[in-house]
Structure formats: C-alpha cells, structure tokens
Design a binder for this molecule. Structure first.
Ligand SMILES: Nc1nc2c(ncn2[C@@H]2O[C@H](COP(=O)(O)OP(=O)(O)OP(=O)(O)O)[C@@H](O)[C@H]2O)c(=O)[nH]1
Ligand SMILES: [Mg+2]
Length: 452
C-alpha cells in the first residue's frame, strides 16, 4: 500500500444522523480546505478544534453545513495529517461529500488503510492494530474488554518482555563468540538455562489463552438437536428472548436449520435450531434432517433435548447416543420436566440438566453446564489477554526454538545457541510487527472495514 498519498473514506456506518469523512495524508489540509469553508479557517492556528462551516460544491457555491477538524501529525490516529468532516448523514449527502473529497485530489482508502498508516508511523504495533479490528467486530462484553486491553498494549508488553530476555541471552552468547578464551565475568550456564525454561513456561501460558481467544472473538456454534417435539425451538426462543422459531405441538414443525446469534453468559454464540431427527415422512423433511446431522457434526457444543415425560427414557438416551457418537461437548437436556416432577431419570453418559422450557425452570443449571463446557472448568474471570491464531503460530515457532537454544548454551556452543535464539526472537518480533512480511500485513489489514 502506498503510504505517501492522501486518502479519504466514510468512517461511519449507514443510517446515522451524522457521517464522518476522514482525509489522511500530506495533502489532507489542502483537500479539506477545498471541500469545506467556514468563518474560521482550517489551518495551523485552529488545530484539533471543531469548526462550523459548509461543504463547498463543485461550482464553488456553499452546500450543506458541516463541521471540520484538522489534526496535524504526529498527534493523530494515523500519525500523519488528518482532516475530518462531520456532515449530515444519509447515503446521498454523505456520498456527495465523499465525491467532493475525491475530486479535490484524495484517493479512496482501502480497507484498514488508516490503521495501516498508524502502524507504519509507529502509532501502534501489529497486535494493537489487530485489536482495532477485534473491537469493531466484538460480539460480547468480554471480547470488547479483551480488544481494549490489547489496544492498550497488554499483549505487546508481554511479548516485548520475553523478547528482551532472549535478546539479553543472545547478546552474551555473541560476546562469548567474540571474546572466546578470555576469562571475563560470564553468566553461569545454569542461569541461562533456567531463564530459557522460564521463557518457555510464559510462552506456553500465552498459548493456552488461544482457546479462550477463539471463543471470545469468533463465538461458538451451539446446535439444538433431538427428536421432533422435544422443545428445541422453544428453547431457542427462550435463549434468544424473542419468538424466532415456530413452536407447535405437531412433531416435525421445524423443517430446516435456523441460525441466530446470541450472547450466553457473556459468550458470543450462534444458536442453531434443527429439524427433529426421525424417519423422514417426505423428501423435504429428509433434506432438513440431513442438515440437522450436518449441524451436529459442525457444532462445538451440542444441546441434545430429551423428553423427560417419555414412557421410555432409555430409548431416548439410546437415540441420543446413536446420533452423537464421538461428540465431545455434548449436553443432554431432559425437557418437559414440569410433566414428570418426581420421576427419577436414568443416568447419562454426559453432563445433563433437567429443565422445563415452558416454565423457564432449570435454565441456569443448563447455562452453568454450557459455561463449563466452553471454558472446560467453571470460569468467572475474564482472561487478561487472549491471543489469536496468528499469534499462536508464531509463539509455537518461538517455543520450538528454545530447547535447541538451551541445549547449546549448556554445551557452550554459542554460535548454534545464537541461531536458535535469533529464530525465537524473530518469531516474537513478527507478532508485534517489528519484523513483518507484506503478505501478512495485507492479510491482516484487508479484514478491516473501509474507513478504519
Ligand atoms: N409441558 C411442556 N411442554 C413443552 C415444553 N417445552 C416445549 N413444550 C411444548 O412441546 C411442543 C413442541 O415444542 P417445539 O419447541 O416446537 O419442539 P421442537 O423440538 O422444536 O419440535 P420439532 O420442530 O417438531 O422438531 C410445543 O407444544 C411446546 O409448547 C416444556 O418444558 N414443558
Ligand atoms: Mg422445532
């Protein structure tokens, strides 16, 4: 991406009362002054002040009223000169102002290009830029907090500390190569090896946070499955808090899978209601049931609904087992418990909850099991940091280099130790973007929305 020219984009979503058009680059002020005019001039004397004026139309006449602000670099989002125009919302008005900005000499920005410039200008490192993207797409409070902490640089600081420790060891290894044979005050080998082990443990801990990161960033797929009429659609509606799916007493009401996003205990989820599984009575139901089976395969958690009022509960369980072979995160739900009260239900091979969706009973117990399945253990605290898949790959690269480093430090082979140390350091540097491949940068920034 060219980082020298002047770019512009609409930064706000569709449908708001106000739209913001951001102009960034060396000519931001010139472009801004062509497009906007007010009583106070947009110039060096009026930096970071909102000024009221009007958009200048192509024929030089005054258009709609708009606010303008000039933020010269380096104290701006991108680190370079930025002008923002706050004009009336609405697709047409916004588009006209953007067109004026383009005519005045700015180029339409690519997705993530403002943030890319912030990265290039050293306003943020790569983990912080990724967090900006996470922040925009966050589906839960936890994901939002996580992104905020990453923007503040919590992950970068962690990586930075590890890197520094490795750089210290590398520096001494290199000195030992240069001053081989001289009896200087060298650090004991054991100290080095301990340090490397400590670094390995810290990286392993960061890697563990990856699972939580996936859950928090992407959410998890929870499928509601079971025989017809067990209350799957009723449970979907209850968890969503509104009537999304049709519920009737007729078995086979749901014919196709249906997806909705929701937030359960602060965890973003996609809930999938499915057609009840049985011998299909017609072609369409058959296709629906195939989709149910497919959804079970793809889901990270299966809520299997069983009818607690059934005359043959063991047959209910056998049916569940047949359709959930090798499914790890399976939660069995005895529904319609309001109809049975004191009946003792048979034991199950997986965690189970007894609920009445109709009477809203037992739902908290179900959500406890759900939370436990997500975090593998009861989890009340938010993780401080959670890495993403890119970070995980690089951390693995770093951790793989450590045993080689430790072994060669122990064997006083400073040259080989340095090779391994450099490889670990370089992997860590790629996380924060100090070393970065243009393709990887493209991949990260292309996921942004335009205007960010
Ligand atoms: N008594 C009682 N009835 C319930 C309960 N939950 C659901 N029902 C009723 O059971 C019937 C079937 O509910 P649905 O939610 O449509 O069941 P489903 O599993 O989606 O059924 P299909 O879409 O046909 O597979 C409806 O009449 C519901 O009102 C419950 O906890 N207790
Ligand atoms: Mg249904």
């Amino acid at each position: 991406m060219n980082t020298e020219d002047t770019i512009c984009a609409i930064c706000t979503g569709v449908g708001g009362a106000i739209s913001i058009i951001r102009i960034a680059g060396a000519d931001a002020l010139t472009v801004g002054r062509k497009v906007w005019r007010g009583q106070s001039e947009l110039n060096e004397k009026n930096v970071r002040k909102m000024l009221l004026g009007r958009i200048v139309l192509q024929d030089g006449s005054a258009g709609d009223s708009a606010l303008a602000v000039y933020m010269p670099g380096p104290n701006s989002y991108t680190g370079g000169d930025v002008v923002e125009l706050h004009c009336h919302g609405g697709v047409l008005a916004t588009r006209q102002t953007l067109d004026r900005t383009l005519q005045a000499g700015a180029r339409a920005a690519e997705p993530g290009e403002f943030t890319f410039r912030a990265f290039v200008n050293g306003k943020m490192d790569l983990t912080q830029a990724e967090a900006v993207c996470d922040l925009i797409t966050a589906h839960s409070d936890m994901a939002l907090h996580l992104a905020e902490r990453q923007i503040q640089g919590k992950l970068s600081a962690n990586i930075g500390e590890l890197r520094e420790e490795l750089v210290d060891i590398l520096a001494e290894s290199e000195s030992r190569m240069d001053f081989a044979g001289e009896d200087l005050d060298w650090t004991d080998d054991c100290v080095f090896i301990d340090k490397i082990e400590g670094i390995g443990a810290k990286i392993a801990k960061l890697l563990e946070s990856g699972r939580e990161g996936i859950v928090l960033r992407n959410g998890i797929r929870v499928v509601l499955a079971g025989k017809p009429n067990t209350g799957k659609s009723s449970l979907l509606n209850l968890l969503l808090g509104f009537d999304r799916a049709i519920v009737t007493q007729v078995p086979g009401t749901t014919r196709d899978t249906l997806e909705e996003t929701a937030n359960l205990r602060g965890i973003p989820v996609t809930l999938i209601d499915t057609a009840g599984i049985r011998e299909a009575t017609d072609l369409i139901e058959g296709i629906g049931i195939d989709r149910s089976r497919q959804s079970i395969k793809q889901a990270q958690i299966v809520f299997w609904l069983l009818d607690a009022s059934s005359n043959d509960p063991d047959a209910e369980i056998a049916e569940m087992n047949a359709h959930t072979v090798e499914k790890e995160n399976l939660i069995a739900i005895w529904n319609k418990s309001d109809l049975v009260k004191d009946t003792i239900l048979p034991d199950l091979p997986c965690p189970s909850a007894k609920v009445s969706v109709l009477k809203s009973l037992g739902i908290d117990d179900l959500l406890d099991l759900f939370e436990k399945a997500v975090w593998e253990f009861p989890h009340t605290e938010e993780p401080e940091i959670a890495i993403n898949a890119r970070h995980a790959r690089l951390l693995e690269e770093a951790i793989e280099a450590l045993p080689g480093a430790a072994m060669n430090l122990g064997g006083n082979d400073w040259e080989l130790a340095a090779v391994h140390l450099r490889s670990a350091i370089s992997a860590l540097a790629s996380i924060t973007g100090e070393e970065s491949d243009p393709d990887i940068l493209d991949n990260i920034f292309s996921r942004f929305c335009i205007g960010k």
